[in-house]
Design a binder for this molecule. Structure first.
Ligand code: MG
Length: 245
């Protein structure tokens, strides 16, 4: 299990990929509360982006639309819905993968399960969906089963586990795919990727970054493919701030 704090690095050659919930802001129940993006976080990310010539992106399960609302007025490069949509620069057009046909069947299965199960809330996004059960962790197995039942073979969708949630998303959407896509685009290409995340959905990103000889950083406890670890989101901010000294 990697335990060491990441080293200090020179920002000039880095590309930053940052998860949002549980990494830059405290993890709360994402379907019930709105995380606060403070001015300190806005200026930290702005400064890091300037130092790395624009190579900084938010890589989140949330949609880019919601990320924009949370960071307003700051706009950032971003991948949303676990990489199903992306924007390489802050003011570029949003691009997305082609929606797989299996989303329709999965939608029906997940929504029916949520309707008949107290403690589960269904959230539909443009290219994915979520069963939230943050107060009822005992519902994970049933939620996963309902989601799996909606993911037919060759339907182009799969189930993914996250903190307090089960998600259904396109097989082509992962944080690893997202980071690899950014690493082929200006201004990210030829830089050393740094990815920081806290959840099981971030593991694909850690694997991708390790393969590129980058810096993978897990936030909090739990097994991980990441090479480094920071205890919480305050430590993430402290470490990022230390790179600006
Ligand atoms: Mg997270």
């Amino acid at each position: 299990m990697p335990m060491q704090k990441p080293p200090r690095l020179a920002t000039g050659t880095l590309a930053f990929f940052l998860d949002f919930d549980g990494t830059l802001v405290p993890f709360d129940k994402p379907d019930e509360s709105v995380p606060l993006v403070d001015d300190g976080l806005r200026s930290l990310l702005t400064e890091l982006r300037n130092r790395s010539d624009g190579a900084l992106a938010i890589i989140s399960g949330r949609s880019i639309e919601v990320i924009d609302e949370l960071f307003e007025p700051l706009k950032l490069a971003a991948a949303g819905e676990h990489g199903a949509e992306w924007r390489f620069t802050p003011h570029a057009h949003r691009e997305q993968i082609i929606a797989p046909p299996g989303l329709v069947t999965a939608h029906a299965s997940c929504e029916q399960f949520a309707n008949r199960t107290l403690g589960v809330r269904f959230e539909r996004k443009a290219l994915s969906m979520v069963l939230h059960f943050h107060r009822h962790p005992e519902l994970r197995d049933a939620a996963a089963k309902a989601a799996e039942a909606g993911c037919l073979p060759d339907s182009g969708v799969r189930v993914m586990h996250a903190r307090g949630m089960v998600e259904v998303k396109p097989v082509d959407a992962s944080k690893g795919h997202a980071i690899n896509r950014f690493m082929q685009a200006f201004p990210f290409t030829r830089r050393k990727p740094v990815f920081i995340g806290d959840d099981v959905t971030d593991e694909d990103g850690f694997i991708a970054v390790n393969a590129l000889d980058g810096v993978s950083i897990k936030v909090g406890a739990g097994n991980s493919h990441a090479r480094y670890r920071l205890p919480d989101e305050d430590a993430v901010r402290e470490w990022l701030e230390s790179l600006l000294d």
